[in-house]
Ligand binder design. Structure first.
Ligand code: KDG
Ligand code: MG
Length: 402
């Protein structure tokens, strides 16, 4: 089998997505997601101008060799644009191989390690009461794990609140908005939120929270310790993770489990965090961390250190990524949990998929390959629209991590 060409499809069914469709001489094609929120066209160009010409004539079964060729062959290594582009090719090749062999991708990854993929949904509210109601709604739908975010008094645009039904859609059309931020107000409020949620729902539901890179290590240590009695499943992204060492300080102060890594794009971004056991969950994803091939290596490194996976799964990861994540999650031994933010009806129509939710678990389906497709005709009706993530500023106007 030979690759005959590949097409980059940019569309915006409710939000922007970049999709790579790789064609072969046997008529089988594979899909990969190449969406990098707010920087979509950079990856589209990287693929169109610099990667697609290199694919023609290659054997799509040589997944590892293709990965190494694109990674080492570019000379310029790592970075979100490069690794997202490589991921799109990698995932498309796994899809082709599964389709050609007539088996789901998880069977190519060692087979099933479990019967379903535990997932968490996103509850949020403008007030504490609204957040309580939102968590109750997820429990009614059968979720066993829920992330809770809430507007903070004095900081109405706190991360993770509103913007979509059963989810949270942070990118807005046009130039970036600017959100006000106060760490002091946030730290005062979050313990109240989780004490209330535990009081209301008890301890049978797993509760998660995303601090979204906003704290310093000592603030994060304080918050983690303060939340210990609430027994969070995890506290996510307490600090920006460029400085992996900073997690040591957090660890010294709290036993609240820590999750990090949705912005990571290679094993080297989490090597120290894993081998020094500074985190409990690694959130690297197929789309931004070099595809299934590279993510499996991150999981393999993590397994002996008791670090489990908790892949990013926000709506800026297309259904192609969600499908790929589920095959990975089902197969990898040290799986922890999968984030699941439902896509809009428009997105689901453009990307028909086999995966389904039942009783708090996701299932990738039994069909060959990834079990997801793209309706190109429909995609054309949703052209790209410039959209960006917000920028955060502290109350005195200083730029802060969003
Ligand atoms: O593109 C950025 C979003 O995917 C991110 O802000 C969502 O933090 C996020 C999460 O945990 O889903
Ligand atoms: Mg996050």
């Amino acid at each position: 089998m030979k690759i005959t060409g590949a097409k980059v499809i940019v569309c915006s069914p409710g939000r922007n997505f970049v999709t790579l469709k790789v064609h072969t001489d046997e008529g089988v094609y594979g899909l990969g997601d190449a969406t990098l929120n707010g920087r979509e066209l950079a990856v589209a160009s990287y693929l169109d101008d610099h990667v697609v010409p290199l694919l023609v004539g290659r054997d799509p079964f040589d997944v590892e060799d293709c990965w190494q060729y694109l990674y080492k062959g570019a000379y310029w290594r790592r970075g979100p644009v490069t690794m997202t582009a490589i991921a799109a090719v990698d995932v498309a090749l796994w899809d082709i191989k599964g389709k050609a062999l007539g088996t789901p991708v998880y069977n190519l990854l060692g087979g099933r390690s479990r019967t379903g993929v535990l997932c968490y949904g996103h509850a949020s509210g403008a007030t504490l009461e609204e957040t309580v109601d939102a968590v109750a709604r997820y429990l009614d739908l059968g979720y066993r794990a829920v992330r809770a975010q809430c507007s903070v008094p004095g900081v109405p645009s706190a991360y993770g609140v509103g913007g979509a039904e059963l989810g949270y859609e942070p990118a807005t059309r046009g130039l970036p908005s600017e959100d006000a931020w106060s760490t002091e107000e946030y730290l005062r409020f979050v313990p109240r939120l989780f004490e209330r949620l535990r009081g209301e729902f008890g301890f049978d539901v797993a509760l998660l929270h995303d601090a979204h890179h906003r704290l310093t290590p000592i603030e994060a240590g304080w918050l983690g310790r303060r939340l210990e009695d609430c027994r969070l499943f995890w506290l996510e992204d307490p600090v920006p993770a460029e400085l992996q060492d900073s997690f040591r300080l957090i660890r010294e102060h709290t036993t609240t489990p820590l999750a990090v890594g949705e912005v990571f794009n290679s094993l080297y971004d989490c090597q120290q965090l894993i081998t020094e056991q500074l985190i409990d969950y690694v959130r690297a994803t197929v789309v931004h961390a070099g595809g299934i091939t590279h993510l499996r290596k991150i999981a393999a490194l993590a397994e002996p250190y008791h670090v489990r996976t908790g892949c990013h799964g926000a709506t800026d990861l297309s259904p192609v990524s969600m499908a790929a994540a589920l095959h990975f999650d089902l197969s990898v031994h040290n799986f922890g949990i999968q984030e699941y933010m439902r896509h809009s009806a428009d997105t689901d129509a453009v990307f028909p998929h086999a995966y389904r939710f039942a009783d708090g678990y996701l299932h990738p389906g039994e069909g060959p390959g990834l079990g997801v497709d793209i309706d190109e005709h429909l995609a054309q009706r949703h052209p790209y629209v410039p959209a960006y993530l917000p920028v955060a500023r502290r109350l005195d106007g200083t730029v802060h991590s969003w």
